[in-house]
Ligand binder design. Structure first.
Ligand SMILES: *[C@@H]1O[C@H](CO)[C@@H](O)[C@H](O)[C@H]1NC(C)=O
Ligand SMILES: *[C@@H]1O[C@H](CO)[C@@H](O)[C@H](O)[C@H]1NC(C)=O
Ligand SMILES: *[C@@H]1O[C@H](CO)[C@@H](O)[C@H](O)[C@H]1NC(C)=O
Ligand SMILES: *[C@@H]1O[C@H](CO)[C@@H](O)[C@H](O)[C@H]1NC(C)=O
Ligand SMILES: *[C@@H]1O[C@H](CO)[C@@H](O)[C@H](O)[C@H]1NC(C)=O
Ligand SMILES: [Ca+2]
Length: 527
């Protein structure tokens, strides 16, 4: 009964027609014109567009051929994996094919023959496109689910990775985390990364095969148990910081950390029954198009939004050329029900001919000068058209005028430079003795100490005399009996009382050394 209910819930489409058109031709009192709306592509089966990588090299079974057993019948070890035989091979692509009724096809790892060395495998899925998850990620394991695994995600095509969910039969032992359930999360913790024990316990390898990342349960926190109140979810996605990004990925990685153990400890005499086998990875989501497209197509090996609203880019993340009189903005789900398109506007359409290169949303007319000028230029720009860099910034020569990175901070060293401005190539103006583009170095014959100062002593021209040593070009450390900047003065000459009772100290270091040598020699001769 419960099972049936779950099935029914699964059949309800997620976005029921909401935000599925970008514009429509409407007739108003002023005649017909386009009206624009926030829009997004339909959810798709993302496994059809994925590239997969399995690590480490040699983790896939069958090279050389090997046999494996099952937990149910560990003594019937007839199954064999052989990479060179298509009927017996288990390559990674079998995690993404469509399963024919009954017969599961699966990727399989080597067995745990190297026990007690851990049996580790990474399965990395990459789309080269940001994707918004709309339904649970479901991973199906044949022959038992791992006792420990971890799901990671990347938002930047695999440059950086973040934990997404931890899975273990004992969360405390495996990850030092308390076990939690997504169902128990609240509106304020809907994007918490947690450890769950629900998908790792042994229940027989045929019975419970799936490991989930529960997107729907997290959506249900806002949209209600049957996701009826999607409006509330969309409102939250707009307002709650980080919530949208939580469901956005470019890559996913399953880190398999310990295979199914059959509900008991590892039996070393039969390691053929420990391995990973994944028959399917279901990822349902839509292309992230920043609410500027309702179509996403697979072109030249990559998913690509078909951008509207005069936006462009893989995610419709910028304005088309000649449509940059305002800075780019994502569309918004709000106000309900049609949202705001936040379309890009043609240069010249805003106010007379005021181009702001996308660094300002507003122009203002200055009466007594009779000019229109951009207001509140962003991205460290300034000027009538936001075409200059603010003081303390310089022009990035590899960026176009409408690029967010067009102005680079000068970053002049506060002590070494005259002021915080720099020339067009980022060079600061240095105080005396300082050098380097940012004035944070000293010229030769200068030393750094809260600024550059001329050397007091060195190893060439400004030698410390009378056996003194030069300390960091800042001062001579003089032997007893000498003073002066270069230890050039004998204290005895300056003040007669310094000579009293200390003849040895009054002599030069060479004389002292000779005296000591003489004393030692005499001692040796005496013996
Ligand atoms: C799996 O990926 C993680 C980084 O996410 C890396 O530290 C680890 O070494 C990888 N493991 C294997 C077996 O390649
Ligand atoms: C990723 O997508 C971009 C934009 O479509 C494309 O230029 C690039 O070649 C793709 N990279 C790979 C590795 O497919
Ligand atoms: C985009 O630009 C075209 C002109 O090329 C214009 O007809 C259209 O209305 C613009 N769309 C939006 C959403 O501003
Ligand atoms: C200069 O602009 C390019 C293009 O946008 C950008 O990749 C680069 O990071 C910018 N350089 C600096 C130092 O910000
Ligand atoms: C900026 O200053 C540096 C150092 O003084 C100089 O080499 C460079 O030519 C200057 N660049 C421009 C554009 O004036
Ligand atoms: Ca399969």
């Amino acid at each position: 009964m419960l099972y049936l209910a779950a099935l029914l819930v699964h059949c309800v489409p997620l976005a029921m027609g909401q935000y599925d058109i970008c514009k429509s031709w409407v007739t108003t009192d002023d005649g017909p014109s386009w009206e624009f709306y926030a829009c997004q592509p339909k959810a798709m089966r993302m496994k059809d567009y994925v590239t997969v990588r399995v690590d480490p090299a040699g983790i896939t079974c069958g090279d050389p051929p090997e046999r494996f057993c099952t937990h149910e019948n560990p003594y019937l070890c007839s199954d064999e994996c052989d990479a060179s035989n298509p009927d017996l091979a288990h390559p990674p692509k079998l995690m993404f094919d469509s399963e024919d009724e009954g017969l599961a096809t699966y990727w399989q790892s080597v067995t745990w023959r190297r026990y007690p060395e851990p049996l580790l495998a990474n399965i990395t899925l990459s789309w080269n496109k940001s994707i918004e998850l709309t339904d649970d990620i479901v991973i199906t394991f044949e022959y038992g689910r791992p006792t420990i695994m971890m799901l990671e995600k990347s938002l930047d095509n695999g440059r950086t990775w973040h934990p997404y969910q931890y899975y273990a039969d004992d969360c405390m032992e495996a990850f030092s985390m308390p076990a939690r359930r997504v169902r128990d999360l609240s509106t304020t913790s809907a994007n918490r990364v947690l450890c769950t024990e629900e998908y790792s316990r042994w229940a027989g390898s045929k019975k419970e095969k799936t490991v989930r990342f529960e997107v729907r349960d997290r959506f249900a926190i806002f949209a209600g148990p049957d996701l009826k109140n999607m409006d509330n979810l969309y409102t939250r996605l707009e307002s709650a910081k980080g919530l949208k990004d939580f469901f956005t990925v470019t890559d996913l990685r399953m880190r398999l950390l310990r295979p199914a153990l059959g509900g008991t400890y590892v039996q070393r005499e039969n390691l053929y029954k420990y391995f990973y086998a994944v028959s399917n990875i279901e990822v349902t989501g839509r292309c992230k198009c920043n609410l500027h497209a309702n179509l996403c197509t697979f072109k030249e090996g990559s998913l690509q939004c078909e951008c509207e609203h005069n936006t462009t880019g893989q995610d419709c993340g910028k304005c088309k050329k000649n449509f940059r009189s305002r800075s780019w903005r994502a569309g918004s789900y709000l106000p309900l029900p049609n949202g705001s398109p936040n379309a890009c506007a043609a240069a010249g359409s805003a106010f007379g001919n005021c181009e702001c290169y996308g660094h300002s949303n507003r122009c203002s007319y200055i009466d007594f000068l009779n000019v229109v000028t951009c207001v509140s230029c962003k991205h460290n720009t300034r000027g009538q058209h936001c075409q200059h860099c603010r003081l303390g910034f310089y022009r990035n020569s590899s960026a176009e005028l409408d690029d967010e990175n067009v102005c680079i901070e000068c970053n002049c060293n506060q002590i070494g430079s005259m002021h915080d401005r720099c020339n067009e190539t980022g060079y600061c103006e240095c105080r005396e003795g300082a050098t380097g583009p940012k004035c944070d170095d000293c010229l030769p014959n200068y030393y750094w100490r809260q600024g550059c100062f001329p050397n007091v002593c060195d190893d060439e021209l400004l030698l410390c005399q009378n056996g003194g040593t030069c300390y960091q070009n800042q001062r001579c450390i003089c032997p007893v009996g000498f003073k002066g900047v270069l230890c050039q003065q004998s204290r005895c000459e300056v003040d007669k009382k310094d000579c009293d009772g200390a003849p040895a100290a009054g002599g030069s270091p060479a004389a002292v050394a000779l005296g000591v040598l003489a004393l030692q020699l005499r001692g040796w001769v005496d013996l």
